[in-house]
Design a protein around this ligand. Structure first.
Ligand SMILES: Cc1cc2nc3c(=O)[nH]c(=O)nc-3n(C[C@H](O)[C@H](O)[C@H](O)COP(=O)(O)OP(=O)(O)OC[C@H]3O[C@@H](n4cnc5c(N)ncnc54)[C@H](O)[C@@H]3O)c2cc1C
Ligand SMILES: *[C@@H]1O[C@H](CO)[C@@H](O)[C@H](O)[C@H]1NC(C)=O
Ligand SMILES: *[C@@H]1O[C@H](CO)[C@@H](O)[C@H](O)[C@H]1NC(C)=O
Ligand SMILES: *[C@@H]1O[C@H](CO)[C@@H](O)[C@H](O)[C@H]1NC(C)=O
Ligand SMILES: *[C@@H]1O[C@H](CO)[C@@H](O)[C@H](O)[C@H]1NC(C)=O
Ligand SMILES: *[C@@H]1O[C@H](CO)[C@@H](O)[C@H](O)[C@H]1NC(C)=O
Ligand SMILES: *[C@@H]1O[C@H](CO)[C@@H](O)[C@H](O)[C@H]1NC(C)=O
Ligand SMILES: *[C@@H]1O[C@H](CO)[C@@H](O)[C@H](O)[C@H]1NC(C)=O
Ligand SMILES: *[C@@H]1O[C@H](CO)[C@@H](O)[C@H](O)[C@H]1NC(C)=O
Ligand SMILES: *[C@@H]1O[C@H](CO)[C@@H](O)[C@H](O)[C@H]1NC(C)=O
Ligand SMILES: *[C@@H]1O[C@H](CO)[C@@H](O)[C@H](O)[C@H]1NC(C)=O
Length: 609
């Protein structure tokens, strides 16, 4: 081995004396400690675990995070700026060429900062359907995943509050299903958009699919309703601003080391040659060519590097398909062919229609004077359009049975689970150079496409091969077509007559596409438009799937422990065997809250013996 190894181990007998804070250099961890838990990734799930495990002052935790501090990262704090890209807080990934997207490679954003993707995401707060959780319970054989049982974890996570403008929210949500004392602040929009009244009017004019849903987080998301978002009076509420807020990050039993990349997890010597492999030693570094350090957890290593990072680390550690790993000259430790497989995401398409009017948000991102002015309004008064994300209303809908029958059944988790989603925006989030628009973002939320996360190189600093397989399954193309058709239909409501310019049907007729098609067949045009313009929602899951103990596939058991391994759990978005029919942060918060409960009770019971 030509790496320089140093050991970070042992002997802070009086743990209390050690400084607690966020460190950016290894040598600032002045006294080397034996940590009970080492958490890999201070992202969405990792922040929850760090907080919950250190509630007990006798438990010591080290968090290793590749990105930097969220405090001072102002662009991540301003909700509307989630519409801009922030490379300094991003892993800057691109996918492999996507066959379903005319061979395009698309950007694949992942948060590279404390709080992980919750520090850069769109802040939509959607729990998913009751069916989604009941399916998880049935796939894992663990009834504790049922909708009924996970309510307590939504409550631990959610803190409902007033929107920034303190408007009267009666009739815009159902107070009886929200928690007032959890960790992440959730609210309705805090700036009135000019289209809001029309959207609600269109819902009553059209009925049916467009029927008003008072609260989409009730377990049945179908219909049209107001978006709820993880926003706190005009500031982003992320895992870092909540679970790692200053009051928690300064706990003496919590150390957070940022700008630190985990390279591998190592098998402990004592477990080589007999019994299940024990993996509690983490190798990490602060630069590609720098020293590699090791730290050993006295209890467990918790892998929370996200649906891309976690499988990359598992594979580099020898946990995966053994013949695949051998072909890359990685010594296999345990044969788990599901690692990095069944990668699932929600394809996403931004559709825009020009409007008669200029009270939209289109000008904000293209006029730097306006943007600067609005930033002042935001910071001085906590008001204005920057206090919100880019969508004000959502619609969740299903395909009809005759379409589902073409695919041999229903890929959704149940009858109250949508196949696709529409998100209504008072402008174009793709920042057109001029014009004013109404935007409808369409997503397939019960997709059948599957992809992979594999290694391009055993160098942990080389990006993995990220293949979400977007629109690789015909069902997903069909569902996206239905979503676009439903968007067009939504704009045929009488209320839009004066506002939406021209025939809504013509928005996706791309002259470049039409000229390539011999005949102008609407369905083929629509398909070509979809394949040319679709990208990702960044709702990656499935690459370390949780399944029942006796299942012939999967990576972790219902207790989050890696199958066939001791000392290592995976706790993040990777563990969903099916993607929930929702934006994935609320489901990830539930997973992490439940995991923290599970780990605490495991070690508390352990001490009895
Ligand atoms: C642009 C974007 C928009 C989104 N919009 C929404 C939305 O509006 N609503 C919603 O519900 N969901 C949204 N999501 C999805 C949601 O944010 C994610 O599903 C969720 O945050 C994932 O949590 P996680 O803990 O699995 O991973 P993450 O939060 O990504 O955490 C992983 C952490 O591990 C760190 N890490 C990775 N590899 C290493 C390594 N080798 N060493 C050390 N650290 C490492 C990362 O830097 C990161 O901090 C969005 C996601 C993105 C990227
Ligand atoms: C704190 O953790 C220790 C060690 O795991 C355990 O023995 C103790 O019961 C815990 N205390 C509480 C209040 O949970
Ligand atoms: C992504 O690129 C930006 C510069 O554009 C850089 O600051 C950042 O560190 C990069 N992210 C990673 C994970 O390398
Ligand atoms: C994989 O590695 C090769 C060689 O370094 C590089 O050319 C290629 O761009 C990488 N592929 C991806 C998808 O990153
Ligand atoms: C809010 O609106 C509802 C009905 O729309 C009304 O009954 C209620 O009094 C209002 N609340 C406040 C505080 O004004
Ligand atoms: C494991 O990988 C090999 C080689 O890449 C592949 O042929 C095989 O199908 C994989 N096994 C499973 C069970 O997926
Ligand atoms: C992928 O998931 C399906 C169930 O949806 C399962 O049957 C299959 O075995 C999984 N494949 C792998 C490689 O884990
Ligand atoms: C906005 O539209 C109105 C008419 O609808 C027009 O008078 C006004 O000049 C427009 N403002 C801008 C800034 O374009
Ligand atoms: C911004 O303001 C400057 C001067 O204050 C002006 O010269 C410039 O034209 C403005 N730009 C836009 C896009 O309005
Ligand atoms: C954001 O939070 C800070 C305190 O952290 C507060 O002073 C400020 O008013 C908040 N801004 C908005 C727009 O709510
Ligand atoms: C199902 O939906 C398709 C596409 O929207 C439509 O053409 C068909 O008539 C519908 N079938 C039934 C039975 O409603």
């Amino acid at each position: 081995m030509n790496w320089l190894y140093s050991s970070l181990l042992l002997s802070c007998l009086l743990f209390i004396r050690c400084h607690a804070a966020v460190y950016d250099r290894v040598d600032l961890l002045q006294e080397f400690i034996q940590y009970d838990f080492v958490i890999i990734g201070g992202g969405t799930a990792g922040s929850v675990l760090a907080n919950r495990l250190t509630e007990n002052a006798t438990v010591s935790v080290l968090v290793l995070e590749a990105g930097g501090n969220n405090i001072g990262a102002i662009p991540t704090q301003i909700p509307f700026f989630c519409t801009l890209s922030h490379p300094q807080y991003d892993w800057n990934y691109t996918t492999t060429p996507q066959e379903g997207l005319t061979g395009r490679e698309v950007a694949y954003t992942r948060g590279f900062i404390l709080g992980g993707s919750s520090s850069v995401n769109g802040m939509f707060y959607t729990r998913g359907s009751a069916d989604d959780y009941n399916r998880l319970a049935s796939v894992t054989g663990d009834s504790e995943w049922s909708w009924k049982h996970v309510q307590k974890y939504f409550s631990l996570n959610e803190r409902w509050t007033f929107p920034a403008d303190h408007h009267n929210t009666t009739g815009q949500y159902d107070p009886s299903i929200h928690s007032l004392d959890g960790m992440n602040t959730v609210s309705l929009a805090g700036f009135p958009q000019s289209i809001n009244k029309n959207i609600i009017r269109a819902s009553s004019e059209l009925g049916g699919t467009f029927q008003y849903n008072l609260d989409m987080n009730s377990g049945n998301p179908l219909g049209l309703g107001w978006l709820q978002a993880t926003i706190d009076g005009g500031n982003r509420s992320s895992a870092a601003t909540s679970y790692l807020s200053p009051e928690f990050r300064h706990r003496p039993n919590l150390h957070i080391l940022i700008n630190t990349r985990v390279t591998r997890i190592l098998q402990d010597d004592s477990s080589i040659g007999g019994g299940p492999p024990h993996l509690t030693t983490v190798e990490f570094t602060q630069s590609p060519d720098g020293a590699r350090y090791q730290v050993t957890a006295s209890k467990e290593v918790l892998l929370s590097a996200g649906a891309i990072g976690s499988p990359q680390i598992l594979l580099n550690s020898g946990i995966g398909n053994s013949s695949y790993l051998s072909s890359l000259s990685i010594a296999p430790i345990v044969n788990l062919p599901s690692v990095g497989q069944n990668f699932t995401d929600h394809p996403r398409l931004v559709n825009n229609w020009p409007v008669n009017g200029n009270h939209t948000f289109d000008d904000i991102n293209r006029n730097s004077n306006l943007s600067t002015h609005l930033q002042q309004v935001w910071s001085q008064f906590g008001k204005g359009p920057l206090v919100d994300t880019f969508v004000s209303h959502l619609l969740f809908a299903r395909l009809n049975d005759s379409l589902l029958n073409q695919f041999g059944g229903d890929p959704a988790a149940g009858l109250h689970t949508p196949h696709y989603e529409l998100g209504f925006s008072n402008g174009d989030i793709s920042i057109a150079p001029d014009g004013h628009f109404i935007g409808i973002t369409t997503r397939v939320v019960s997709p059948l496409s599957r992809g992979t996360v594999l290694l391009n190189s055993t160098d942990p600093f080389t990006a993995p091969l990220i293949n979400p397989g977007l629109l690789s399954h015909e069902f997903d193309l069909l569902a996206m077509k239905e979503a676009v058709k439903t968007s067009v239909k939504s704009l045929t409501a009488p209320v839009w007559k004066e506002y939406v310019v021209g025939n809504p049907d013509s928005a996706f007729i791309d002259s470049e596409i039409v000229s390539k098609l011999e005949t102008a067949q609407p369905d083929l045009q629509l398909e070509a438009y979809i394949r040319k313009n679709t990208g990702t929602s960044a709702h990656a899951v499935g690459t370390a799937a949780m399944t029942g103990r006796d299942s012939d596939f999967g990576v972790v058991n219902p207790d989050f422990k890696v199958k066939g391994v001791e000392g290592l759990r995976v706790i993040d978005a990777s563990i969903f065997p099916f993607v929930p029919s929702a934006h994935t942060q609320a489901p990830v918060y539930v997973v992490a809250e439940r995991a923290a409960d599970e780990i605490k009770s495991f070690w508390e019971n352990f001490h009895i013996f």
